[in-house]
Design a protein around this ligand. Structure first.
Ligand code: DX5
Ligand code: ZN
Length: 218
């Protein structure tokens, strides 16, 4: 089954509470929270995202899918776990090898699912040894840092490669894709093996959220 995680990075701030409510009614499976620190990527969205998460905790029961684009992963994990996310994902590029397994364990101990994200230029070889211990791989289909970009076609091959590897190893973990995804390209990603689709612009700019979300899921 394919699930939809709506990125609220570029939600219009003025009427965000209504939009959050509408997205829940439209049956988004998750709210995708993009936390950026101004170091791992240029933008800094942390304060804004903390505000949004506090609001969501008050008005919604939809699970949170947190995507950390930060250098100090440990500190941010500790802060984010307070919001009881369903999935907490960090970038492999931000964490030294010896710190990766302890971070995975730290997240799991809080009954939260663990995701590892890779940038477009990072090979799936880099994450293979962690796959038995995690719940999801987030394959970035754009360079992390901002919404509204165009999907990088070369990333599709990586989704296929990962899916084949997981099947061969009998590992049942989710493949999430994030960046530049819309109704035109979503089917290619699903066929390649992705089962959690992140979309920001394609959903938030639509007249009818439910229509886009339903169509993306089919
Ligand atoms: C990019 C973020 C994405 C992005 C998705 O760094 O991780 O979640 O906001 O937005 P769209 O769908 O507009 O590319
Ligand atoms: Zn994201």
């Amino acid at each position: 089954m394919v699930e939809i995680s709506t990125s609220i990075l570029n939600i219009k701030s003025e009427n965000r509470i209504k939009t959050m409510y509408d997205l829940e009614v439209a049956k988004t499976d998750y709210f995708h929270i993009d936390i950026m620190d101004g170091k791992f990527v240029e933008n800094d969205t942390k304060e804004k995202m903390i505000t949004y998460m506090n609001e969501l905790k008050q008005i919604s029961n939809t699970p949170l899918d947190i995507h950390l684009m930060v250098e100090n992963v440990k500190e941010n994990i500790e802060e984010c776990l307070a919001y009881n996310p369903n999935i907490l994902t960090f970038h492999i590029e931000a964490v030294k090898e010896e710190e990766r397994k302890p971070l995975i364990e730290k997240i799991k101990k809080q009954n939260c699912r663990v995701g590892i994200a890779i940038k477009p230029e990072t090979d799936i070889e880099e994450i293979k040894e962690y796959l038995p211990y995690i719940h999801m791989v987030l394959i970035m289909t754009v360079e992390p840092g901002k919404g509204g970009q165009k999907l990088i076609p070369e990333t599709i091959e990586k989704i296929k490669e990962l899916k084949e590897y997981l099947d061969k190893q009998n590992l049942e973990i989710d493949i999430e894709v994030d960046g530049g995804i819309n109704l035109e390209n979503v089917d290619i990603l699903k066929t390649a093996g992705a089962n959690i689709i992140v979309a920001g612009t394609a959903i938030l700019n639509a007249e009818d959220y439910k229509e886009v979300i339903t169509e993306m899921k089919q």
